[in-house]
Design a protein around this ligand. Structure first.
Ligand code: FAD
Ligand code: UDP
Length: 372
């Protein structure tokens, strides 16, 4: 008889949500994580009274009421709305691309004026495409918003973030960004959005309440022992690592965060500022306090904490962040997936094990689809 019903490898949102539902169904789980803390990439570290998003800015957003109700049953969410601004040259532009951006870019004031301008900007790309679908990110961006916005707000940022030319990147990446003919700087279209009050650790600790957890514990350090502990394994680590990289490494982008405490209460007046110029080495600057402090609250805390994000190619030993879903990596991932289908006692879930670009809410949605 195994000691546990489930051994869960990884305490990120996938593993923690899985453990939550399994425990509620009366199952016995052990969650292990190789990091020194629980929570995976949503983990926050408190410093100067500010929750620092240690692995990059995380904003929860969803249209799914069941997901929203679930997370709110564990922790209250605040009213944070993500409205990043982009800096290019000496000018600021609102994101996502909306009437404010079009006004800042071309001085157009009405949707009709903006539409005429965008159509003019897209015309060249449309004629070159001759009715074909966009084959890469550059074509997709030019089709959507045209030349000026592509060159000033997309090209440099994207090539820094992905370390590849826009013509070599899949079109779907840019489809994530909304384009609006209204004065609306909300980055997301979803109905529900916010940050857990007290930070993401409250959410993770709530999900894992009553579940046995071990940090600083790497599954691969003692694989056969861990495999013997449970009837089923939920694996949320890297897909290729599970198979000992037998077909080679899947590629990822990694990010290095350079974090500083500054002796000023309000550095950039916004949580997220993107630097879209190719020559500036970082992609964005996060000022963490703005996720949880609004209006005058910002000044109650005399210091602030910022993180500059430097994108880098992943190498063994670094944190794997963004799967690179180009044709070559997708083919390799498929080869690994066909091996994983032979492991009927293992559930492969989450960003790393599915090698899929997942936001937080779809991760929870996916776990909710399992029958426990
Ligand atoms: P992870 O959080 O990566 O958890 C996997 C865990 O498995 C890790 O803790 C790891 O240590 C552990 N692990 C791996 N291998 C082993 C092993 N061998 N043994 C033991 N443990 C192991 N989503 C949003 O909805 N909004 C956002 O604003 C947003 N911003 C993001 C910004 C960045 C920079 C990144 C990279 C992602 C962002 N996301 C965002 C996505 C979000 O982080 C993911 O959807 C979510 O964290 C994925 O959870 P997961 O459990 O699949 O993976
Ligand atoms: N993007 C861009 N300019 C920006 C912000 C985003 O060109 O100022 C592009 C870039 O290609 C990025 C994609 O839009 O990979 C998706 O951006 P998002 O902010 O949703 O990505 P994430 O938060 O996951 O890094």
């Amino acid at each position: 008889m195994s000691k546990y019903d489930y051994l869960i490898v990884g305490s990120g949102l996938f593993g923690a949500t899985f453990a939550y539902f399994a425990r509620k169904a009366g199952k016995k789980c052990l969650v292990i994580d190789k990091r020194h803390h629980l929570g995976g990439n949503v983990y926050c570290e408190s410093c100067e009274g500010i929750n620092v998003h240690k692995y990059g800015a995380h904003i929860f957003h969803t249209n799914n009421k069941k997901v929203w109700n679930l997370v709110n049953s564990i922790v209250e969410f605040n009213r944070y709305t993500n409205s990043p601004v982009a800096i290019y040259g000496d000018k600021l532009y609102n994101l996502p691309f909306n009437m404010n951006t079009f006004y800042q870019m071309w001085n157009v004031k009405t949707p009709n004026e903006a539409k005429v301008k965008i159509d003019e900007q897209r015309a060249e790309a449309i004629s070159k495409m001759e009715g074909c679908d966009p084959r890469n990110l550059e074509e997709q961006a030019l089709m959507l918003v045209g030349k000026d916005i592509y060159e000033m707000l997309i090209k440099g940022y994207t090539e820094k973030q992905w370390g590849r030319k826009c013509v070599d990147l899949p079109a779907f990446i840019i489809k994530r960004l909304p384009i609006r003919m209204t004065f609306d700087n909300n980055y997301f279209n979803d109905r529900y959005q916010g940050i857990p009050v007290g930070g993401y650790n409250v959410l993770i600790n709530g999900l894992l309440e009553g579940v046995e957890t071990n940090v600083n514990t790497d599954f691969f350090q003692n694989r056969s022992y861990f495999e013997s502990l449970a009837d089923m394994i939920v694996y949320t680590g890297q897909l290729d690592e599970f198979f000992d990289y037998k077909y080679g490494h899947l590629e990822f982008r990694s990010v290095t965060f350079k974090t500083e405490i500054l002796d000023t209460p309000n550095y950039q007046a916004n949580a997220v500022v993107n630097y879209t110029d190719r020559d500036i080495p970082y992609t964005r600057v996060i000022e963490h306090k703005h996720f949880e402090m609004f209006g005058d609250e910002v000044y109650k805390c005399p210091k602030t904490i910022i993180s500059r994000e430097y994108s880098a190619e992943w190498k063994p030993g670094m944190e794997a962040y963004y799967p690179i879903n180009d044709a070559c990596n997708n083919d390799l991932a498929d080869k690994y997936r066909s091996l994983s289908s032979q492991h009927s006692n293992v559930i492969f879930g989450g960003r790393l094990a599915e090698y899929k670009y997942y936001d937080m809410a779809p991760i929870i949605e996916k776990v909710m689809s399992f029958v426990f």
